[in-house]
Design a protein around this ligand. Sequence first.
Ligand SMILES: [Ca+2]
Length: 512
Amino acid sequence: MNPHKTTRLLKAFGFLMILILSIASCKKAEKPNIIWIFSDDHSYQTIGAYGGRLQDINMTPNLDKMAAEGMRFDKCYVENSICAPSRATLLTGKMSHMHLKYNNKKNVVFNHDQQQFQKILGQNGYQTAMIGKIHLDGKMQGFDYWEVLLGQGSYMNPIFLSDDGEKQYEGYTTDIIADKSLEWLKGKRDESKPFMLMVHNKAPHRPWIPKREHMKMYDDITIPEPANLHDDYATRGAAAHQQELSILDNMNLDRDLKMTKQDNEYFRKVGIDDRFDSRREKYKDLDLEGEELTKLKYQIYMKDYLRCIWSVDENIGRIMDYLKESGLDKNTIVMYSSDQGFYMGEHGWFDKRLMYEESFRTPLIVKWPNVIKPGSVNTDMVQNIDFAETFLDLAGVAIPEDMQGKSIVPLLKGKTPNDWRESLYYHYYEYPGAHNVLGHEGVANKQFKLIRFYGTDVPNGEEWELYDLVKDPSEMNNIYGNSDQQSKVVEMKDELKKLKKQYKVDQNEIPQ
Ligand SMILES: [Ca+2]
């Protein structure tokens, strides 16, 4: 063959190959992988990137890095601040009254047959995996691979449920969940397909059991207290007075704080009892009460909680390291959030449930290489009803009309739509129940929050509170009855009515 002709043919072949490869890589870039890392009860106050009173304590270096390389959401909220309903919302993109897992109680069952985002992703070429705490009884549906903690799960030697039944593993649960996630990433997935991996921690849920290696962390420091640690609930209604969220009155010295030797069968059973011996020795003659006891309990609670967070963060680092070394990081979106927020001593409380900011709000950090501007901060109002829609949108899949949230993909691209929502609806149903928090619903925008408590244990069956979040970010001053606020009350009640119509909230206080 003519050598010129051969060269021309070779050149043409080379050009064709480059074209095919670039088309293939473009195609691949259209379908990103998604890793959703979720924790249970992780407050935004205990993530370094969120600043605040704890910002000088180095708590979360890996999450902080994710925020520095991605986007931090400062106004991300839940629609019902409690574990199981929040996960049902995550899977369905619907509020509690629509997916009907509206409280944590066993007799209110999550119907796995209903529409869930992972089923739709699976039908559209994605491979889906769910590893860790889901807190919805029964077998998962729509995941190619799933291994979930039984119920609440345990900090040590956890039992996992999968298609193969129950199996117990030895070790610290936060580590095991990351181990399993890495195993799936490295060897169990089909590398020809884009994937959605859910990594769901049990930590830092009560009873806050740190890994043995982390027991001495934060020992030498005093954790800054919130200004309202000794709140007297003046101006607040029945709910704030009757709650059982108090560090002083409701956080116990044995299982919660491990300060006494009583009732520790659980600890013996999982082989961690000796972890707390020195603490028990130190406090065996404890003789404190009132504010002094609150302060001591606060320190012990916060340190155990932060030690649990350290494990969560350390394991996020392991996953991020693997993504980088495997090259997967280039086309993988990593998102971090929690099922709700948590009180870190604000109002003298632990736990969640109430619509006050620290439990209503939840962290959200997203890293999306080459799309999100590193170090960006978003202050649009987003809610956990948006997550399922966002996953579908990221995968280029149409969002079903009956999902109730909105994709945050435009926000991630730095282009908030002009008609983005300006207010949020909230509803907590679990009353009577653990922690004695009254049933309530409410509406919040960026400046005001109106809450309606209801039920037979509320004076006159209904009690309202209004807060100006700009003037009073700690919600210490209920201004509902103030004469100069009455037009605001009317405006917020109208907004509440509008949202209830929009989200199809039925008039029954227990969803039907
Ligand atoms: Ca939770």
